[in-house]
Design a protein around this ligand. Sequence first.
Ligand code: GDP
Length: 483
Amino acid sequence: TATPTDSGTPLVKTKRRIDVAAEYAKHQRDRDTINLVVVGHVDAGKSTLMGHLLYALGQVNERTMRKFERDAEKIGKGSFAYAWVLDETEEERSRGVTMDVATSSFATKNRKFTLLDSPGHRDFVPNMISGASRADVAVLVVDASTGEFESGFDGNGQTREHAILIRSLGVRQLVVAVNKLDCVDWSQGRYADILDRLLAFLTGCGYLREDVRFVPVSGLKGTNLVRRIDDNGDSAAPDELRSWYVDETDATQGKPRAGPCLVDLLDTFTMPERPVSKAFRLAVTDFFRGGTFGSSNSVSVSGRIAQGHVQVGERVVVVPGGATGVVRSIDVDYVSEEWAVAGDSVVLMIQEVDMQQFSIGSVVCAGPPAKPIAAVQRFEAQLVVFDPQVPITNGFPALMHIQSLNVPVVVHKIIETLDQRTGEVVKRRPRHIRKGATARVEIRSETPVCLEVFKESKELGRVMLRKNGETIAAGIVTQLFSK
Ligand code: GDP
């Protein structure tokens, strides 16, 4: 007895049809998290800042923090203790040790965050890029100390590169943490100067003024991270900062209070929209035979739902291939549920389908009459190119990374290079793409790849190219070709 769901897909083997969109609307607040990536020049203080923030939010227990401090003192690097909150976790994770530190998520008053790829010291740039490809919002950390802002911003600094990269991957909302202001005696002039220069640059590369907020901080001292500097109890709050960092919008008693702290700004990030009403799509990151019910003709697949919703009993289709099956059970964050929506990390147990039908990078879609995702061998993308050892020319082979899939591709044709700021065409059919440039290219793959244009799906429309283990370009899918 099949009953239609609200997406029109027939339900199999369940008695009750759930209006998932309505259910979701009721529970939305408990479920939604924002994916946050922290970017900035090396040594800007990203690890220290995030480590201190997580500690101040109670994500690290005292005993562990004291241990980091002792260890850091022992090797004469006391200031690294907070950075170790993030570094250590990576190691503990790889050794499978129970964690004393929860660095992958934290909450503010109204928002829950998933911290993508903790910015540990080593290999931060490649990590940052894979984190950025899933980010909803970002914190850009800049070093305000004398000469250091300049070396991160001018020439080969990563401040610009990172800001452009995350913007080209579709991130719009940004908090800029102007860090290490303790090194310049909390100078208002220095803060204002950095703010002016960054603002000119950021609005120039496509950020809207109202989506970029600035906050003066010291990650090392913990100043202005989780508490406003006029909150009682923050004895370390420097008088100099107090004298000028005021919240002009909040002058109710005649005397303005201190400006917002970092956490206040994180708390006002706009929730990214979860595309719940679109057709169901889940990009498979892992799969295995059987599942909680242990039946042999079922396959469990895991991943994050890119769009739409799914419920137990619904028929789904696997792309490429087109095999169909029925969802027998759904786990959301390891808890059994009757339905799940875009943004949820799930394990689906699917029956009536063969294990051979799946591969990493397969996309499980809503069954007929919904239209499944396209699997294409030819598409167009807009890429930002980093610093490849060999210049990208027509016919350039690379490894394309999308979600969890790695697939060999060829940059078949460079269509044109574009101005990063205005998007205008700089050169048509150039021979190669310069380091740091933005270009529109046609990419070809020998095997069909499930893709969406970025406008339709953030999750399934972002790609990265790698070569010799290095990420050389990242960007968004702009057009799919069926032949
Ligand atoms: P990352 O490479 O961006 O992750 O930077 P780290 O967090 O490793 O910090 C680089 C160096 O700057 C370390 O020696 C930190 O102790 C120091 N540092 C970080 N934040 C501050 C700060 O707010 N004030 C001062 N004075 N030093 C800082």
